[in-house]
Design a protein around this ligand. Structure first.
Ligand SMILES: [Zn+2]
Length: 169
């Protein structure tokens, strides 16, 4: 029952180092991604965690943002045998700005991701969040993610899952 653990981090983020150290100390194997240099991993992290700070830990699809030892122990079924003298209970165990760099770039990625157009793979109709789909009751400004799952392509009637995000660079 080995769990699949992924860690998204940047090289200079102290909480990323702590997170990895914690996993190492507990002999938890994980896949590490450097989101400062690996843009595919960064997109993946932003889209799964819906935010920009690091580290992000993905345990079998459960997303943990920041270094949170208690939740890590819980998710990884690690018994707390010894109470560490660790008094930092601030929730800010993560890098949100400056310190880690990359944040401006990641903000752009997130903004682009959220405002993305989506294209129907069947008929080529493009959903533009700026326009929405008022005929189907989707107000202008509605992000594709926020459209109800029972919405269908207004042109060909294909399901929402037939749509692909259009990459804009
Ligand atoms: Zn269509």
């Amino acid at each position: 029952m080995a769990q699949q653990v992924k860690v998204y981090s940047t090289p200079n983020c102290p909480w990323c180092k702590r997170t990895k150290k914690f996993l190492d100390e507990n002999n938890i194997p994980y896949q590490g991604f450097d989101v400062a240099s690996d843009s595919a991993a960064r997109d993946e992290m932003v889209s799964s965690s819906k935010q920009l700070s690091v580290p992000v830990v993905d345990i079998d699809g459960d997303i943990l943002v920041g270094f949170d030892e208690e939740r890590l122990r819980q998710k990884l079924n690690l018994l707390q045998e010894e109470i560490k003298v660790e008094t930092n209970k601030a929730p800010a165990n993560r890098c949100t700005s400056g310190m880690c760099g990359q944040v401006d770039e990641m903000k752009q990625v997130l903004a682009a991701l959220r405002a993305s157009k989506y294209k129907c793979a069947v008929c080529g109709y493009v959903y533009d969040p700026d326009l929405g789909d008022p005929d189907s009751g989707i107000k202008p400004g509605t992000l594709f993610d926020d459209i109800p799952d029972d919405w269908v392509c207004p042109v060909c009637g294909s399901a929402k899952r037939e749509f692909d995000r259009i990459e804009e660079v």
